[in-house]
Design a protein around this ligand. Structure first.
Ligand code: COA
Length: 152
């Protein structure tokens, strides 16, 4: 059975913080995740399946009609099974409901799995920040329009 995607609950914080440590070289702490949970402009969704529990999560922010995908992570054993795509679609759906018109994200040039996912889900490369990540890896700035741009 596919995992369910749902909004975060307070007792998911520990699992998300644990996934952070296995998905990212610069993991966000439990305290940071808890703070995000209390920030009205931020949203977290999780993928959950029994009996494993939380398999992945996505964190977004939105301000004045612009959104940003801050984090998306899936447990290594569950990758390439559609969890990341489901999380991303759910998160974007939530942003649409919040009135967001455009979503931005930033990804390392070497992060092929994330890049492929974003391209497949309609993000386009807008700009390159040369040498942005230490020691000197490029950051790709991508965006997706959630509502069509007005003509002209
Ligand atoms: C990026 C990440 C979230 C993708 O999650 P996932 O659950 O494996 O992604 P999905 O299975 O939903 O894949 C959706 C599509 O993305 C692309 N994709 C995902 N992983 C890929 C890989 N390793 N190689 C090539 N394409 C890949 C494919 O097009 C895939 O569709 P397909 O399987 O039908 O071909 C996951 O690899 C991850 O947690 N990485 C570590 C954290 C990270 O780097 N986050 C992004 C920071 S910017």
């Amino acid at each position: 059975m596919s995992p369910i995607i749902r909004a975060v609950a307070a007792d998911d914080v520990e699992d998300i913080a644990h996934l952070e440590t296995i998905c990212f070289p610069d993991p966000w702490s439990k305290a940071s995740i808890s703070r995000i949970l209390e920030t009205p402009s931020s949203a977290i969704c999780v993928a959950e399946k029994e009996p494993q529990g939380i398999l992945g999560y996505a964190i977004t922010t939105s301000v004045s009609g612009e959104g940003e995908l801050e984090r998306i992570g899936v447990a290594p054993a569950c990758r390439r099974t559609g969890v990341g795509r489901s999380l991303l679609r759910y998160a974007l759906g939530q942003l649409v409901q919040a009135g967001v018109k455009v979503v931005w994200l930033e990804v390392r040039r070497s992060n092929e799995s994330a890049l492929r996912l974003y391209e497949r889900e309609g993000f386009e490369l807008v700009r390159v920040r040369k040498g942005y990540y230490p020691p000197r890896e490029d950051a790709l700035i991508m965006r997706k329009l959630l509502v069509p741009e007005p003509a002209g």
